[in-house]
Design a binder for this molecule. Structure first.
Ligand code: ATP
Length: 432
């Protein structure tokens, strides 16, 4: 039985991952257990109505008879069981409904919860569209009806889109996140020794932003999450021994599409619609400029169309790299089109840089050209020389450049993961 859940939290509190953890615990008490990792599925990061990171949740459960069939421990009280038996959809529906209605932030106008219970999975294509495009609610409901799923949406019911996408998700290339929750919400989070964790667990990523001296594993919102450690391996429980923290209320490991770049597809500029993501390639048209607010903008052309591209202020030092671009440079940009039709860059591959030519120097300053083929003259000492312009060394080398950890989008694959992924693909067995 698959359970999908979305849009229960708000900026003021709760977290759908926490609610999922409560649901798993309650089901376990009733002899219904996880048969696989719970899944934290990030969807289209450019959706204007997301609260934070557009995360939806899915769990796969079955009937468990005895504790002997525990297969793997994935949390303080959470296990994956070796169950092949289906459980009662009515029983699951009641547990999920009660907990969703007890804990969702119904007061927030942006919170529109939805949950789905189904024996079948929608096609992976439904998930792929939800991670890349904007999908209509009717489409999710039609999919649910076709599958004979039980579902419930609240308020404008938009949460049903994410809930359906979450159960449609099948991991191909995946990562994991250990989420620890706190007992006392509202206080400053006490989490220490993060750099030591980063050193000791090379399979983890985005723990600490060294450039900006920023701890990335703790959220800033008033939600129940104490910290979340992400890694390419599910063996993350060791981090609990290294981190020094306040009391942990519970912890659990999720499988996820975070850091997989699954939101990205190569497109021509004209194919990139608003609120969608893409990888676009082209030639830089003008020298990047800083505008008010510290954002860096330039234009890119693929020979047919032109798009304004941005490294926004929160991307910090990445903007300095973008500022080094020159007209004529060829780049591949990873990112998303926002509501202003500006392409928000998450990562950049500089494919080639143009040669820049400069006049020779004398007395510490550039000499003046006397006209084509007539040489140069120093305006300070009057010296004249014949010769050609010289090639200027570019301060930007071809290669990948990324935003710092503190500005990373959940779905964006860090270069650290990318390099490892190329060497060792994390292909999951699809026929589980
Ligand atoms: P979280 O806080 O868990 O990280 P979030 O709070 O930022 O996530 P939600 O509150 O879940 O995001 O709000 C996103 C809303 O957008 C949900 O109702 C979800 O169903 C909907 N949604 C997600 N992806 C799409 C999509 N591709 N097309 C249309 N609606 C979507």
């Amino acid at each position: 039985m698959y359970i999908g859940l979305d849009d229960t939290d708000s900026n003021r509190g709760m977290c759908t991952t926490y609610l999922t953890a409560l649901i798993i615990e309650e089901l376990q008490k009733k002899g219904i257990g996880l048969v696989d990792y719970p899944e934290l599925v990030r969807l289209n990061p450019n959706i204007p109505w997301k609260t934070r990171g557009n995360g939806a949740l899915a769990i796969h459960v079955g009937k468990i008879r005895e504790h002997e069939n525990k297969k793997k421990r994935i949390g303080d009280r959470y296990y994956i069981y070796d169950s092949k038996e289906e459980c009662s959809a009515e029983e699951v529906f009641t547990v999920v409904r009660e907990l969703v209605e007890k804990h969702s932030c119904f007061d927030d106008e942006k919170t529109n919860p939805g949950f789905v219970i189904s024996e079948k999975k929608p096609s992976r294509e439904f998930y792929e569209r939800c991670v890349k495009e904007v999908v209509e609610l009717d489409e999710a409901i039609d999919t649910l009806k076709e599958m004979g799923a039980s579902y419930k949406g609240y308020k404008n019911e938009r949460g049903l889109i994410g809930a359906t996408a979450a159960i449609a998700y099948t991991p191909l290339f995946c990562t994991y996140e250990l989420l620890a929750y706190r007992e006392s919400i509202g206080r400053k989070r006490l989490v220490d020794n993060v750099m030591e964790l980063d050193r000791r667990f090379p399979e983890t990523f985005d723990n600490y932003d060294y450039e900006n001296e920023h701890v990335c594993i703790t959220p800033s919102s008033p939600c129940p999450v104490l910290f979340g450690v992400r890694g390419t391996s599910p063996e993350l429980s060791g981090v609990l021994e290294v981190l020094r923290t306040e009391k942990i209320e519970r912890w659990i490991i999720y499988q996820s599409n975070q850091a997989t770049d699954e939101h990205l597809t190569k497109k021509r500029i004209k194919e990139v619609k608003r609120h969608t993501s893409a990888i676009i390639e082209g030639i830089v048209k003008n020298k990047p400029e800083i505008i008010e607010g510290g954002h860096v903008l330039f234009e890119l052309t693929d020979g047919e169309d032109v798009v304004t591209c941005a490294a926004y202020e929160p991307t910090k030092q990445f903007r300095k790299v973008v500022m080094k671009l020159m007209p004529g440079d060829r780049v591949e940009l990873y990112g998303g089109m926002n509501k202003y039709n500006t392409f928000n860059i998450e990562k950049m591959l500089v494919k080639s840089t143009v040669k820049l030519m400069k006049n020779p120097k004398c007395c510490g300053v550039s000499m003046k050209s006397m006209g084509k083929g007539k040489g140069f003259r120093c305006e300070k000492c009057g010296k004249r020389i014949m010769g050609e312009k010289e090639e200027e060394e570019r301060d930007l080398k071809p290669g990948f450049y990324e935003v710092p950890s503190c500005a990373r989008r959940h779905l964006s694959m860090p270069l650290k993961v990318m390099l490892k992924a190329e060497a060792k693909p994390l292909m999951k067995d699809l026929e589980r």
